[in-house]
Design a protein around this ligand. Structure first.
Ligand code: SF4
Length: 703
């Protein structure tokens, strides 16, 4: 008779909530999964996606061997060929002729070494991550306001708050366990909850107030709030004077709109605006939680700063139950940001704009090739692949052919790129069709390392099952290629614990005595042994040299800027640049559904998850259904300036007239009808480079 194995702890594979799981093999040899009661994030709770994770651990669609031009080869051949092709292109055309496109699915250790290879040794900053698509506006907003990309609050704040504002976040479907925590807190403390969303989403179930905002008008709404707080004397003048700069400029733009104008722009009536503004003004413990509805916009960075301005004006940053709180989409979007996964940042929150930062990193890595300026952001990177200037791209753990905007163009760019290297755990997705070299990577439950969730909690992912086929850890694949490119000494790690230790050491090699210190500081972990790393408990950074983990940042009103003060940002309201037109009269919004994840390469393997919603759909209002003479479940072709795709009609009053909604998950690969990203344009925020997934003008015609 088989014997049950003991419970092993790890972290969920999916969203940025970062729930702790426990797993073991039962008597039948099946992997059982349940929530980790001791993990501070979820305290034992899990959502449906996590509870069915063991069903995704099949051999279906797994990449099992390295391949060159779809022919199986040995690891040695594949690694040599990868290194040779990259080096030949660098020798012929320079380092910026190669690019790396990575993912919030990577572990921090994987992210650290690919960023070190690109920026530190190849000498190109053309490394960007799919976090550009979901979080880069929040990053830019945090940097402008606080001086560093930091989330000030923690999940406990949602339970301590008197008022919680969900803006651009369908928390109920996108971060279900956090939503359950909020719902429970509401039942216990009568928390007032405001949902700001053009759609009536599942999160409205617990809303005291739903503001069905006109898409793209969030800056006007929060400028109106700042103006209201100022005019009615609700600001914390002592906090403003002691801890901030630049309020005059922010107020000048905020007061440029009166309440009536805000109402016209946002589509929210003055009575509702007054109710919302009063709720915010009169409750000191207020959390504003924001996500993709804020970030995925041509004004995403300004939206983030318009929100933070209101929190700075009332001194509600980093206090118990009072913060502006960005919630991330992916399991390790935060960890990637910490090690410089974005083209616009250096490792360990070091900045391109500070020479002392550049020198510190150059010395630490002992390199003379460290890049001096930011590289191409995701959309620009693929444009440069399309125009032929980038001749090799290494794509790791992501599916840009399906998930980047204007996906038809992305597919054309990859089809004509001479060298497309793809590391992935799956063997068949939209991007892999273009791969000239395929490198099989270990998947969740096979690999080991760390992730950081939305509240800065570093948590271990552990090996739970044997590796399938010849798959290897991403950090191993990257360092083997680096060694073959001549960087043996700098990439001779023997395990992920060594890489984590180097990351920790970099965060501790820090803090010029005359400059304000960076907050990303893990120096309390600098004596960690490999055994300690194996047993690392979840903990929030900063973890300073005293070893104490910090739940909140900026509680003392000191910020990591040159003068220690936070900065108000003037955020003038700008009209949305994508409007419905005579040719494309419907405004498309996009988002997730409850039980699927990204492009469904994992959740698509679980039959029970498909029970929630089975097929690609378009939500339309009954008046539009009547206008187009379509009925529920009818197939329609949806067309935009960029492409077309086919969806089934779902008639619902959850969307407003002339607005439609399509979920992001189905792609050309999973649904021959096509992908919503074929409809999305390349308009993006001018500061963050984050694409505008939340607004595209479309036309609809019955099939
Ligand atoms: Fe996993 Fe997110 Fe669900 Fe938690 S809420 S169990 S992290 S998918």
């Amino acid at each position: 008779m088989n014997k049950k194995s003991s419970w092993e702890k790890s972290t969920c594979a999916y969203c940025g909530v970062g729930c702790g799981i426990k797993s073991r093999f039962n008597n039948d040899g099946q992997l059982e999964i349940k929530g980790d009661e001791q993990h501070p994030t979820n305290k034992g709770k899990l959502c449906a996606k996590a509870l069915t994770l063991s069903e995704t651990l099949t051999t279906n669609n797994r990449m099992l061997t390295p391949q060159i031009l779809n022919k199986p080869v040995s690891w040695n051949q594949a690694l040599n060929e990868t290194a040779n092709q990259l080096q030949n292109i660098i020798d012929s055309y320079g380092p910026d002729a190669v690019a790396f496109y990575v993912s919030g699915q990577l572990l921090t250790e994987d992210y650290y070494v690919i960023n070190k290879l690109a920026k530190g040794f190849v000498g190109t900053a053309n490394i960007d991550t799919n976090s550009r698509l979901c979080m880069s506006s929040a990053v830019a907003g945090h940097q402008r306001a606080f001086g560093e990309d930091c989330v000030a609050g923690c999940y406990d704040d949602l339970e301590a708050a008197e008022v919680v504002i969900l803006t651009g976040s369908n928390l109920a479907w996108c971060h279900p366990v956090l939503f359950q925590r909020l719902k429970q807190a509401q039942q216990q403390h009568n928390t007032k909850i405001v949902v700001i969303d053009p759609r009536h989403t599942a999160s409205c179930e617990i809303a005291d107030l739903h503001l069905s905002i006109t898409p793209g008008s969030d800056v006007a709404l929060f400028n109106g709030l700042l103006s209201y707080l100022h005019t009615n004397d609700y600001v914390d003048q002592h906090y403003i004077d002691a801890h901030t700069n630049n309020i005059t400029a922010a107020l000048t733009t905020a007061t440029a709109l009166d309440l009536q104008q805000v109402s016209q722009l946002t589509g929210i009536n003055e009575q509702q605006l007054h109710t919302f503004y009063q709720l915010f003004a009169t409750h000191s413990r207020t959390v504003t939680l924001y996500s993709q509805g804020v970030n995925q916009s041509v004004s995403g960075t300004d939206k983030v700063n318009a929100i933070i301005n209101c929190h700075l004006a009332t001194g509600r940053i980093g206090k118990v139950g009072a913060s502006a709180f960005s919630i991330t989409g992916q399991p390790n979007a935060m960890g990637g940001r910490e090690v410089g996964g974005l083209a616009t940042t250096l490792a360990a929150h070091l900045s391109f704009e500070r020479h002392d930062h550049w020198q510190l990193l150059s010395d630490f890595w002992q390199t003379d090739k460290l890049v001096t300026k930011p590289g191409l952001k995701a959309v620009d990177m693929f444009d440069t692949i399309a125009n032929g200037s980038i001749k090799a791209v290494w794509i790791i753990a992501t599916n840009p052919a399906a998930s980047l905007p204007n996906s038809n163009k992305i597919n054309q760019a990859l089809a004509q790129c001479p060298c497309v290297i793809v590391s992935d755990c799956v063997d068949n997705n939209d991007t892999l069709r273009h791969a000239t070299i395929k490198l099989p990577a270990q998947g969740w439950s096979e690999k080991s390392g760390t992730v950081t969730n939305s509240e800065r909690c570093i948590s271990r992912q552990r090996r739970l099952v044997p590796t399938q086929g010849e798959a290897k850890p991403d950090w191993w694949i990257i360092t083997q290629v680096a060694q073959r490119m001549g960087f043996e000494r700098q990439f001779n790690y023997i395990n992920e614990a060594q890489i984590f230790a180097e990351h920790v050491a970099l965060t501790a090699t820090n803090n010029h005595p005359t400059q304000s210190p960076r907050l990303l500081n893990l120096s309390g972990l600098r004596h960690l042994t490999a055994n300690d790393y194996d047993h690392l408990l979840p903990q929030q950074w900063p973890i300073n040299s005293d070893g104490i983990s910090h739940q909140r940042l900026f509680s003392d009103g000191i910020f990591p800027t040159q003068d220690g003060r936070a900065c108000f940002i003037a955020t003038p309201y700008r009209p949305a640049i994508t409007q419905a037109s005579a040719d494309y009269p419907l405004l498309l919004n996009t988002g997730r559904i409850r039980d699927q994840w990204h492009t469904m390469t994992r959740t698509g393997l679980v039959a029970s998850l498909a029970d929630h919603i089975q097929q690609p759909f378009i939500s339309i209002h009954p008046t539009d259904a009547n206008h187009y003479q379509v009925i529920n479940n009818q197939l329609v072709t949806v067309t935009s300036h960029y492409g077309e795709a086919i969806f089934r009609v779902r008639i619902t009053t959850d969307v407003k007239p002339q607005q439609v909604f399509i979920a992001i998950h189905w792609t050309q690969q999973t649904s021959s009808a096509g992908s919503v990203c074929a409809l999305i344009g390349e308009q993006r925020d001018p500061i963050s480079g984050q694409p505008q997934y939340k607004a595209a003008a479309v036309q609809l015609s019955p099939l």
